[in-house]
Each structure stands twice: as C-alpha cells, then as structure tokens.
Design a protein around this ligand. Structure first.
Ligand code: ADP
Ligand code: MG
Length: 514
C-alpha cells in the first residue's frame, strides 16, 4: 500500500540522522575560518557574477544559497542571532555545528537521541548560569561601549579606518538615540556613499538620502527650514482616459494654454504663500511649477519614495498632506539646515538638526562598493551590540574567556548527573570549546595547547582569553584589554544553537517530495 507519492524520497533511522548531522556540520564548518580578529573573509560569487566579500557569518550563510533542510536550520540559527542581538552569528553557527558533531559521536556510542536532547538542554541551563557569573560588575559607561563596538568590528574589513575610531562614531550615534524610553535603535540609519576614503565616514545629525532639487535654480542650502511633506502632484492633472480637444482657432488654443498655466501658477502660489521653505513630495512637479518656486527661493524635492517621505516626516515632525488646499503651517516640520551635495554621479540631500536631530545617520564612505558594503555590515553589527549592551548593562569577557568558563562549569556540574545523560552534558562542554579552539586556530596557534593554557589560566587567575592586539597574541584577562561582548550575544548563541542542534538530532525520518 502506498500512502505517499511514489516519487517522494524517504530516509530513515541512522541514515537520516547522520545525513542531517553531516549537512549541519558542513555548513557550520564553512564559516569557522572567519571567526575572531584574525578570521579570514569569504568571497561569494552568485550565478549572475555578483561578488560579495564578507566576514559576517549571517551574510555568508545567506549568500551560499543552501538547500539541504537540516543545513538550512543552521542558517536560521545565525539569522535569528542577527535579528535578536545583531552579532555573534558565526559563533552561534559554529557552536550549533559542533553540538551536532558531538551528538553524532554519542549516537555512535548508542546514546539515544532523547537522552542527548535532555542532556543538551540541561547543559544549556548551566551555560546560561555561567554567563550570568561572568557579567561585569562595573557599570557600562562610554568606555565600555566603545570596547564592545571595537570588539565586534576587529577583524572586519574596515578599509583604512581603525575599529577604534569607528567605535567612537558608533557610540556617539547610539548615545544620541538613548531616550528615557530606551534605545531607539531604529533612529540610527547607515547611509553608504562610494568615492572617498573610509576616513571620511562621519556622523550626520539627521538624515541623508539620494535626491536632487527639482530645479537647478533652487537654493542648495536652506537654514532654519520650514518643511512641507506632500503627497500631491504639482502638475496638470492627466486623466486616465486619452482626452482629445478639438481646437479650431488660435483663441481656443490660447485659452487652453492659459487655463493650464493658470492651474500650474496656482500650485506654485499656494506653496509659496504657505510659507514653506522646503517641500518634499512623493509625486511629480511640473517644470513650470519648479521654475516658479525656484524664483521664490523654495527648495523642492520631487518623486520621493514612500519610505523616504515617511522618514522625512517623522524626523522633522512634519505631517504629510494629501491635498494642497489643506496645507497649513501647523503641518510643517523643521530642520536647522537642509543642503544638497554632489558626490561623483550622485546627488544627496542632508536634513540636519532641529526636530530632525532625533535621528542620526552614520554616513559611511569608502573607495569601492565592496569596502562600503562590508563597512556597512560591520557598523550595523557594532550599532546593534552597543545598543544591546547599553540596554541590558551587561557585558562579558570576549576572546573565548566566557566559553572557557561555561565549559568549566558544565564539566563541574556534570559529575553530579546520573547515567548516560552525563555523557551528553559533558559533550556540550566539549562543543563549547570550539570557540577558543577556533580563535587559536585562526591566529595560527595550536588549538590543543591554547585550550590547555587557557584552562590553566582560568583556574589560577579567573578570566582568561586569547587576546589579539596588533601582531601579538597573549593569554590574559579580556577585561584588561577591552575585549568585551554583550552578555545577550552569548546567551542567544547558546539558546539558538542548542535549539537547532537538538531539533536536528531528534529527526529520524526524512520524507521529501520530489
Ligand atoms: P561573530 O560572527 O560570532 O561575532 P566574529 O568574527 O565577530 O564572529 O568574532 C567574534 C569573536 O571574536 C568573539 O568571541 C570576540 O570576543 C572575539 N574577539 C573580538 N576582538 C578580539 C580580540 N582583540 N582578541 C581576541 N578575540 C577577540
Ligand atoms: Mg562579530
């Protein structure tokens, strides 16, 4: 009796388990070499020939176009890590892969999958306690925030910029949007612009977007601007039907032209008389109207995208107006300064200060598209971790130190766990060792030697990580060197990696439709 289509493929039992585990491990393995300050980059070329060069785990896994369903689950681990905390995507994927590797060994030793799952969950609980114990006692101040930002960017391709100077900009940006209601992370945007050295990267107190004035004669700069945001077409209404006018005399033609001109002049007058200095509209503006407004010294941007219009309105405190007759001064927003600049082939508009200052833009510069793209990702991660650290006030030592103490605590507590589950709990600790081991391998050190040294230093000194500074690699307290990660990044990595690994390990039947 067939209950499934004859074309569907079914893999069962050990075969299903090992094929899933292998796929998951392979994916995690593919990002391992990018981990840490000495991690290497990957170049990904898609079928259309587009190239992405990156060090970012989530980006790599997403660009890889992975199809295997179990492998896809590892990609989801790094995606959810990116979404929840914005960093630690490589760590989470590598941890998930190693948890699967350890699970495979346990299955070969006849430890049942459900025992592995229980053991892993118990170990994850202990790991979270260990993270709590590692949380800094000192309050999170700007200095620590800069360290968090710098630690997240070290090893990324930041062009000619040092992670330290970028960290400064990132912290300034997050401080700017730190309100009583919490950190308004969404009020920090990143705008990339190719064509200068990355040293020109700066913080703009407002918003930046790709727009040019509707007319050459308009001012390129307006101070203390009153801003109208419209969803109004400032052009002669063109109907949906093709109307034809039968014009059989010059008088009639002139009358038609006069009527059109009158309509256009009316628009220009209404806008000019409203008192707005700067107008943004999502619709078109007729040349004649633009010309008349230019003569009045009004700066107009036309054909704005809806999201840009929304951003301008919210940043300047303007209310969007859909009918010119309704335009009133109370709808206006304000900004200290609006100016347009030309960068190579691109025209940019800057809306700065005033109400707009609630939002800030990290204006990222770089020589090539690849540089600005990777800078944008690195800065995005740094903004996320600084926001996370500021909100929770909790950071833990980086450079593998937190992982060393997690593994240590799990092994200690494993002794009190009965039966085969103890094997699974210990295996979890072995899997966590992948982080310091990989940091060691990526700096050209022997992972086993480093692990032994780190454990010894952890035993005698407490915090111990493998610190990379410039060309030097030393074992020391990461807090002393400013290598810190938000506690939430570690927590999320433990939780999402455990979830994915246990879910994959429990599957013993794969039914795939053709
Ligand atoms: P992820 O995608 O997991 O964030 P990264 O490549 O960003 O991967 O590497 C993060 C790891 O690098 C963290 O464990 C962090 O503590 C560590 N790290 C950052 N800076 C240093 C440093 N100067 N020395 C050693 N380790 C560092
Ligand atoms: Mg990182």
């Amino acid at each position: 009796m067939f209950i499934m289509s004859e074309d569907s493929q079914r893999t069962q039992g050990r075969d299903a388990q090992s094929s899933n585990i292998m796929a998951g491990k392979a994916v995690a393995e593919s990002v391992r070499t990018t981990l840490g300050p000495r991690g290497m980059d990957k170049m990904l070329v898609d079928s259309g020939g587009d190239v992405v060069i990156t060090n970012d785990g989530a980006t790599i896994l997403n660009e890889m176009d992975i199809e295997h369903p179990a492998a896809q689950m590892i990609v989801e681990v790094s995606d959810s890590q990116e979404e929840e905390v914005g960093d630690g995507t490589t760590t989470a994927a590598v941890l998930a892969g190693n948890l699967l590797g350890e699970a495979e060994d346990l299955i070969e030793q006849d430890v049942h999958a459900t025992t592995i799952v229980e053991g892993y969950h118990e170990a994850a609980e202990i790991a979270l306690e260990a993270i709590d114990e590692q949380v800094n006692e000192a309050a999170v101040d700007d200095e620590i925030l800069r360290q968090v930002a710098e630690s997240s960017m070290t090893g990324k391709g930041t062009g000619g910029l040092t992670a330290a100077s970028l960290a400064e900009t990132v912290v300034e940006a997050i401080r700017h949007v730190d309100t009583d209601a919490g950190v308004e992370r969404d009020n920090v945007t990143v705008h990339t612009q190719i064509g200068a050295s990355s040293n020109a990267t700066e913080l703009v107190p407002g918003i930046v977007f790709d727009e040019e004035p509707a007319h050459d004669g308009m001012p390129s700069e307006v101070e203390d601007a009153s801003i109208a945001v419209l969803d109004v077409e400032l052009d002669v209404r063109t109907g949906d039907v093709d109307a034809e006018y039968a014009i059989d005399s010059i008088d009639q033609l002139n009358a038609a032209i006069d009527a059109e001109e009158g309509e256009l002049e009316g628009y220009a007058e209404t806008v000019a008389e409203s008192g707005a200095d700067v107008v943004f509209t999502t619709e078109d503006v007729a040349d004649r109207v633009a010309n008349a407004l230019a003569n009045e010294g009004v700066l107009v941007f036309e054909g704005l995208g809806d999201s840009d219009a929304r951003q301008v309105a919210s940043a300047t405190g303007a209310r969007r107006v859909g009918d010119l007759d309704d335009l009133e001064e109370s709808d206006f927003g304000s900004a200290d300064r609006i100016h347009t600049e030309t960068y190579g082939d691109d025209d940019l508009a800057f809306v700065e200060g005033g109400a707009a200052a609630e939002t800030v833009t990290v204006f990222v510069r770089g020589g090539t598209e690849h540089i600005v793209d990777e800078l944008e990702r690195a800065i995005g991660d740094a903004l996320d971790v600084v926001a996370t650290a500021l909100e929770s006030g909790e950071v833990v030592p980086g450079a593998g130190a937190t992982e060393i103490s997690i593994a240590d605590k799990i092994r200690e507590e494993a002794a009190g766990i009965e039966g085969r589950k103890q094997l699974a709990v210990t295996a979890f600790a072995d899997a966590v060792d992948i982080v310091p081991r990989t940091l060691a391998a990526n700096t050209g050190r022997d992972p086993i030697d480093v692990l032994v040294d780190l454990r010894a230093a952890h035993e005698s000194e407490g915090r111990a990580g493998l610190i990379t500074t410039g060309d030097e690699v030393t074992i020391d307290d990461p807090f002393e060197h400013g290598v810190v990660d938000p506690a939430d990044v570690k927590r999320e990595a433990v939780e999402s990696a455990t979830e994915a690994a246990t879910m994959i390990a429990r599957i013993d039947d794969v039914i795939a439709a053709e």
